[in-house]
Design a protein around this ligand. Structure first.
Ligand code: FA5
Ligand code: MG
Length: 447
């Protein structure tokens, strides 16, 4: 087994951790189902759609250093402090992040490795692909384990050739990236804005304009490469060809503690704007702390599942974890990209559960499982009980009793297997177990 623990202040061995053990304490909130994902490394499995997507993106960044095997258990210093997260940032809370102990987490993003990777000073830049972990919603585009690719590129002020400026040197590099003038990229905002998206005091505006142009052109090239491959994808007999809509993307102002100015890139897909990545100009303080204070550059972090879903038309994020040959056999790194042909869609089974929250557990506090109540606790409980048989969990009703002040919630769970039809007995049994577990672990009172 991958997990053994005899209590909150014990130690655990995790499969894939090369025999290393970790001390747990009262911060431990990582269930066995999540720990068992540590050894999976889907982005490295030959012919897995995440691996194919990774390789396609890597091919757009030739010469970069590629890091694909960094271990997911990191310190809170790596994941938060080194990146300038303030002590009270909500991302640190146990409702959002999987802790092993008060100083050790499952990384929530690949940015956890920025400081260490910048210190290695690889040129021209680096890419990191890895599994990341977050307590989050249950639906077709969110999963508690997913994969990110981080990229960064920096320039050194001290090695600008005489007679040239740093900005000129960066613009010369911008000219080397394939441009796609036919791409309709919406980018209505100025590169920086004094209040919303400020220039860092250590930087000059002309340098940041050039860095931003290099970042945006690099990522637009990635998105065009993905869409070109998706368009060319052979349509399988059972799949309908996608309507040949023009690719629409837009740059949106964003905020991250470790970049400024910052942007997100969104792609118009299936009638909605889908966020695919966050990015920005790396904070000088991070480069200075990594021993490279004369460098300036950009970083991005993208969701590999989001990109792979676009590339192959994969409709549900749970599919990436499938070991069903009807899924896995459809992907090959040595053949042209083919659209995913869904095997028949099995019936959904909706079931509601209504309960009163424990008295005094009103808010979305950052507290623990029982003291406070956070929706992510319900999400995780459903994952624990139903695993990948839960497709979607939604709050459908909520009210506060006018006299007692107690809060009541009703959640609707959609049980559906991607691989077979569930029997009534099976869903009834799952739902009954969920109801009991809600009472046992969250102290709610069923209605
Ligand atoms: C970050 O994680 C930043 N570290 C990105 C970054 C890196 C910014 C470097 C600046 C510089 P964010 O939380 O938005 O940002 O996640 C980045 C991407 O991961 C999202 O755009 C989305 O594509 C993907 N993502 C986020 N949450 C999930 C999830 N639960 N399931 C699947 N994909 C997700
Ligand atoms: Mg985001």
């Amino acid at each position: 087994s991958c997990y053994s623990s005899s209590g909150p202040t014990s130690s655990i061995a995790i499969e894939g951790a090369d025999g290393k053990t970790y001390k747990t304490d009262e911060w431990m909130n990582t269930p066995p189902s999540i720990l068992s994902a540590v050894s999976k490394r889907l982005h490295l499995q030959p012919d897995h759609p995440l691996a194919i997507t990774r390789q396609l993106i890597e091919s757009r960044f030739p010469g970069y250093a590629y890091h694909n095997a960094l271990f997911p258990i990191v310190t809170t210093h790596q994941n938060f402090d080194s990146l300038g997260f303030p002590p009270d940032h909500p991302g640190r809370s146990r409702t959002d992040t999987y802790y092993i102990n008060s100083k050790t987490v499952l990384r929530t993003h690949t940015s956890a490795h920025q400081a260490d990777t910048f210190r290695a000073n690889e040129t021209p830049g680096y890419l990191i692909s890895a599994d990341v972990y977050r307590r989050d919603a249950v639906d077709r585009s969110h999963y508690p384990v997913f994969h990110q690719m981080e990229g960064a590129m920096t320039w050194d002020r001290d090695s600008v050739p005489a007679g040239s400026t740093l900005a000129q040197q960066i613009w010369a590099d911008v000219a080397k990236i394939p441009a796609h003038p036919g791409l309709a990229a919406q980018d209505p905002n100025p590169t920086m804005h004094p209040d919303r998206n400020p220039l860092q005091p250590e930087h000059a505006a002309d340098e940041v304009e050039a860095v931003a142009a290099h970042l945006k052109r690099s990522l637009e090239d990635v998105v065009v490469a993905i869409f070109t491959a998706a368009r060319a994808a052979t349509t399988t007999p059972s799949g309908d060809a996608p309507p040949d809509e023009p690719l629409q993307i837009r740059w949106v102002e964003a905020y991250f503690p470790f970049t400024s100015p910052s942007w997100e890139l969104e792609v118009f897909w299936q009638g909605e704007w889908l966020e695919v990545l966050g990015s920005g100009v790396v904070r000088h303080s991070i480069l200075a702390a990594a021993g490279v204070p004369t460098r300036i550059g950009w970083a991005f972090g993208l969701g590999l599942e989001r990109i792979a879903m676009l590339l192959f038309s994969i409709p549900d994020i749970r599919l990436f974890w499938s070991e069903d040959q009807r899924f896995l056999s459809q992907f090959s790194a040595s053949k042209p990209i083919a659209r995913f042909a869904p095997f028949s869609k099995y019936p959904a089974c909706f079931k509601d559960v209504s309960f009163w929250l424990p008295v005094g557990a009103g808010g979305n506090s950052a507290g623990g499982l029982v003291a406070g109540f956070h929706e992510n606790d319900v999400m995780e409980l459903v994952r624990d009980v139903a695993g990948d048989l839960a497709e979607d969990v939604r709050l459908v009703d909520e009210f506060t009793h006018p006299k007692t002040g107690r809060r009541s919630c009703c959640y609707r769970i959609n049980y559906r297997s991607l691989e077979r039809t569930l029997t009534n007995e099976e869903t009834n049994e799952l739902h009954e177990r969920l109801r009991r577990t809600l009472v046992g672990r969250l102290g709610v009172e069923l209605r």
